[in-house]
Ligand binder design. Structure first.
Ligand code: TTP
Ligand code: MG
Length: 409
């Protein structure tokens, strides 16, 4: 038996999955009476400000799309259902979908809330050829969540992503690995990843419209005309994209923010909003078992000037009370003059994840301090449970004002 292998090219098998009209589909799934109707998720059209997050396919027929001003959407289709986003619910379903995907590949890279890449090279042998694997993936997602996804498959990430977008909704489009160049050739250059409006205009000025035409240009000439970035696009156009599917790197921070309906000048209203944000954020952190040492307050004033102020603690925390206290202190020491506030937010960074928590450094806390901390954590747990069961109205108002939090650096 020879130990040298023949030089065979091994193709990767990459799938890209994207949920269809995600936020709108969730609303239609949770409220059967919304099915078949134009549904728009986003800002309140009566407020006169804000944008569309997404629109159901029924609403898209009226020309409504993501990022469109909500007032324009309303003009196009006043009888659509206009709903505010329920991020918690979307996160929950996103998580369920990702769990299904993890059953199809050991390498899943989530990109944003509703899409992911899977590297299925090798798993096909276990789970069936790419078309079979993709079909059972679609079925399982639908069975477990009631949502439809569109799947694209190819030998690289860029082509898989282009493919998943080709037959939306509920699509399945596969490009045979190794045939990316031919697959991409008829598509317009606008589809090239990273080609912005200016780049596309420049390419059009050469008389080039399709990816196939672009792929035929000389890379040296392109470098001279348009710089290095164009060569990267030229590689994509030729079906070359070596980027690996990578599991998500650890997040650097976790945050939550609120935009006011009207710019605010009442400190009391702002502080109430910060209290609510601290509550939601700390709950999210406890659920993920993440703690953070640095608390950052973000304030955006009218005219979009944004300030951030941070404070770093010696110990990582995720309890509601400490986050509330610290943000309130930072807010009170922040001078905004007479300018009104448009948005406030809280972020925690310097994160510590559950698998990297060192043994509790008891010496940093006095006996009394430790008991206080345990009581606080117990209280948060009880409230988290109550909120899961009875909703947001459950509060801890009576416990807000007690003092004391871990020492600062
Ligand atoms: P997308 O996948 O871009 O859009 P979609 O899932 O609504 O529709 P499609 O069938 O074309 O994939 O984005 C996923 C979700 O992210 C979307 O449901 C709402 C949210 N989103 C915004 O809030 N603002 C935006 O500008 C975009 C593009 C998306
Ligand atoms: Mg989507």
């Amino acid at each position: 038996m020879s130990l040298t292998s023949s030089p065979v090219t091994t193709f990767r098998s990459i799938l890209h999955v994207d949920l269809d009209a995600f936020f709108a589909s969730v609303e239609q799934k949770d409220h059967p009476e919304y099915r078949g109707r134009p549904v728009v998720i986003g800002a309140d059209p009566q407020s006169g400000r804000g944008v569309v997050s997404t629109a159901s396919y029924e609403a898209r027929k009226f020309g409504i799309h993501s990022a469109m001003p909500i007032t324009t959407a309303y003009r196009l289709c006043p009888h659509a259902l206009y709903l505010p986003p329920r991020m918690g619910r979307y996160q929950e379903l996103s998580h369920q979908v990702m769990e299904v995907l993890e059953g199809y590949s050991p390498l899943v890279e989530q990109v944003g809330i509703d899409e992911a890449f899977l590297d299925c090279t090798g798993t096909e042998a276990l789970l069936g050829s790419a078309p079979r694997l993709a079909r059972s993936l679609k079925e399982e997602v639908f069975h477990k969540t009631g949502l439809t996804i569109s799947v694209g498959g190819a030998g690289n990430k860029f082509t898989a992503k282009v493919a998943s977008d080709m037959n939306k909704p509920d699509g399945l489009t596969l490009c045979e690995p190794g045939k990316e160049r031919e697959f991409l050739a008829p598509l317009p250059v606008e589809k090239l990843w990273g080609a912005g409006e200016k780049t596309v205009r420049k390419i059009h000025s050469f008389g080039v419209r399709t990816i196939g035409e672009f792929a035929l240009l000389s890379p040296e000439w392109l470098r001279m005309e348009m710089g290095e970035g164009a060569v990267k696009l030229w590689m994509l156009a030729n079906g070359v994209d070596d980027r690996p599917v990578e599991e998500e790197g650890r997040r650097k921070s976790i945050s939550e923010e609120t935009t006011f309906l009207r710019d605010q000048s009442e400190d009391e209203v702002v502080e109430q909003a910060l209290f609510r944000i601290a509550d939601t954020l700390s709950r999210k952190m406890r659920k993920l078992q993440i703690k953070g040492r640095t608390v950052t307050l973000k304030v955006r004033l009218e005219g979009f000037v944004t300030f951030t102020r941070s404070r770093t603690l010696r110990e990582p925390i995720h309890d509601t009370r400490t986050i509330r206290h610290i943000t309130r202190e930072i807010y009170r020491s922040f001078s905004r003059g007479s300018r009104r506030i448009r948005l406030v937010g809280i972020a925690l960074s310097n994160l510590r994840f559950p698998d990297e928590s060192p043994p509790e450094q008891l010496t940093l806390f006095s006996e009394g301090g430790r008991r206080e901390k345990e009581r606080e954590e117990g209280l948060d747990r009880v409230l988290d449970n109550l909120k899961e069961r009875f909703g947001e109205r459950v509060t801890r108002a009576t416990f807000l004002e007690s003092s004391g939090h871990p020492p600062e650096e």
